[in-house]
Structures are given as C-alpha cells and as structure tokens.
Design a protein around this ligand. Structure first.
Ligand code: AMP
Ligand code: TRP
Length: 334
C-alpha cells in the first residue's frame, strides 16, 4: 500500500533553528515520517524575499538541512532536499500565478502585515507571490497533508483553491491537500517576552533557545527566563505566561503531562524548576547539536545526501510539471 504524502518546509533564515521550530515542527515531522511518504524542503527560494548575504544564505541553507537530519528526519526514509535544487518549483509557481487573482493574493494576511510594516516601496513582488510559490511546493508532489503553524493555514487554503481551480479548468491534475495545524500546546514563547512567539528573527538573543547554542548558554538563558513573583510552578497562560511557557517546553521535551510536572515542583520555587528544565533541554539538544556539527564537518557528504534527495524529488516534480504543461497547452520541445 502506498503511504499518503506529506509536505512541509522551513526557510533557511538563521544559522540555528530555535526550540520553537524543534517542538512546533521538527518533532512532529519526525513522528509523521513514520506513517507518511514525507517531503521536507529547505525553502531557499522563499528566503530570497528577505535581503540576504549570498555566502550567509548558502551557509544557513546547509545548516538548516543538517539540523533537520540531526533532529531525526531521516534522509533515507523521507525526501529531504533544498527547494532550489528542484527547478520545477519556480516553473510551476509561474503557471499558478496566472490563475491566482490579484485580490486573492492581496488578502493573504502575512503579506498584508509585512507590507503594512515596511511600506509598499520596501516590499518586493516576491513577498506578494510567496504563497503561490508555496502552493507550487505542495502541489508538485501530489500532497495529501501539510503540517504547518497556524500562520500558514491561509496559504494552504489558497493552495487548495488553486488546485481545485486548475483541476476544474484542465481536468484532475493535482491532489487537493489538507492543512494539519500544529497544536496550541506546541507553541513556544520568548523566554524574555513570554507573550511573543519565540522566533529566529527575535530582536534580542536572550529569550531564544537556539538548537545549536552551547549547552552552558542554554542553561544560562533558562535560569534568567522571565517568570513572576507568585513563586509557584503552575500553568496559567494568562496570569503566568513565563512559567507556563517553561512548563510547556518541559512537557514537550519529556513527553510528560503538565500536572505531573507541577506536582513534582510543588513548593520548590523557580530556581529548582529552572535547573530541572535546563537539564532536560541540555539533555535533548546536546546530542542534536553534536550530530548537526558532525554533519557540518563533512560538507561533501551532506551535499551528496541533499543531491540524491533532490534527484528523487525532481522525478515526482517533473512528472507533475509535464502533465501541467501538456494540459495548459505549452508546445513541448521534441
Ligand atoms: P519559522 O522559522 O518561523 O519560519 O517557522 C518554521 C516552522 O516552525 C513553522 O512550522 C512554525 O510553526 C514552527 N515554529 C516557529 N516558531 C515557533 C514557536 N515559537 N513555537 C512553535 N512552533 C514554531
Ligand atoms: N511558508 C512556510 C513558513 O514560513 C514555509 C513553506 C514554504 C512551506 N513552502 C512550504 C511550509 C510548503 C509547508 C509547505 O513556515
């Protein structure tokens, strides 16, 4: 029996991923790759919508791929590749852009937020068509499910609309994918500003736990995390966002339930709790970090793995794109 297909990706927007990426995305991907035919990409073409230093972008792309593998995405089981290695992504994006309404694209809230923040003159057209490229990523692989954060749900809905529109116009061509939205309990907040999502692009480093941080640095950041003056280790998102966030991290990394952790630390104060959490975080990320650094020590081998996976992806993507070109009436080169 063929397994249903899954697609997801992340931008290579930093040297290191942060533990929100790990808990909110990679841990789920790792699990899902067991039951799905999974495709995971490092979406470097999407990253071009932000200014990048060329050498740094290359480095971030390799590092992001290495961290996928270090976190447990198996390149022999899943197809793990770099988006730009498969040229069909940009090609299908062009075709899909011709069936996307201008107003439809303009209603994407991520675009609206970004263009409002930076002004239309500082906003590039790539940012506007970003969701169309994302639709191409997904549709090239006849994807059934797309695990993403809540902020990407609208883009997957657009992808569904485009797939249905194309299928109605030209006949059944694309599978219509379904978003799988990450659980709220998998959302991690900034340690210094626990009402803001932990993010690779945070202004201050102190609130972000980087996957590749030295263990002593992670421990220090946890010990300095913002809490409150109440003193009890108790989950209450509204009244105690800092402590609640630490509890969520603790629970996610240990697989334990929050009430059990509350019980363990009842009457013991934040110092003890933070020390316990630091041990959990260091225990989890120490080995991940070591694996990532080892992979980055042998770039030739990493590049070879990525090339082999891109070749595999290209076969599927090529078949879909051929079908699309035929259906829309492009004269094929003989
Ligand atoms: P980003 O780095 O923001 O592009 O996010 C890539 C993936 O990681 C998405 O699936 C996000 O939902 C997930 N992610 C990013 N930050 C967090 C966070 N603070 N908590 C949970 N998941 C996150
Ligand atoms: N836009 C997604 C994000 O910022 C990344 C992404 C690009 C993606 N292409 C995708 C996610 C295809 C899922 C499927 O998180």
């Amino acid at each position: 029996m063929t397994r249903p297909r899954l697609y997801s990706g992340m931008q290579p927007s930093a040297d290191s991923l942060q533990i929100g990426n790990y808990i909110g995305a990679l841990m789920q991907w790792r699990e899902l790759q067991q039951s799905y035919d999974a495709y995971f990409s490092v979406v470097d073409l999407h990253a071009l919508t932000q200014p990048n230093d060329p050498a740094e972008l290359r480095e971030k792309t390799r590092r992001t791929a290495a961290q996928y593998i270090a976190a447990g995405i198996e390149p022999s089981k899943s197809t793990l590749y770099v988006q730009s290695h498969v040229p069909q992504h940009a090609e299908l994006a062009w075709v899909l852009s011709t069936i996307t309404g201008f107003g439809e694209a303009g209603r994407m809230t991520q675009f609206k937020d970004k263009s409002a923040r930076y002004g239309t003159d500082a906003t590039n057209v790539g940012l506007f068509t970003y969701p169309v490229l994302m639709a191409a990523d997904i549709l090239l692989y006849q994807t059934d499910v797309v695990p993403v954060g809540d902020d990407q749900k609208q883009h997957v809905e657009l992808t569904r609309d485009l797939a249905e529109r194309f299928n109605n116009r030209y006949g059944a061509t694309f599978a219509v994918p379904r978003p799988v939205i990450q659980k709220d309990t998998a959302r991690i907040f900034d340690l210094q500003n626990p009402t803001a999502k932990m993010s690779k692009s945070a202004e201050s480093d102190a609130g972000v736990l980087w996957m590749l941080d030295d263990p002593s640095v992670s421990a220090k950041k946890i010990m300095r995390a913002v809490t409150d003056s109440d003193g009890s280790v108790r989950f209450d998102r509204e009244a105690k966002p800092g402590v609640s966030n630490l509890l969520v991290i603790y629970a996610a990394l240990t697989g334990r339930q929050i009430p059990a952790i509350e019980d363990e630390y009842a009457g013991r104060g934040y110092g003890d709790f933070k020390k316990g959490l630091a041990e959990v975080v260091v225990g989890e990320f120490g080995p991940v970090r070591d694996r990532a650094l080892a992979l980055l020590d042998d770039r030739a081998e990493l590049d070879r793995v990525l090339a082999a996976n891109a070749a595999k992806a290209s076969e599927v993507a090529g078949a879909t794109l051929n079908d699309v070109y035929d259906r829309i009436g492009l004269l094929r080169r003989v």
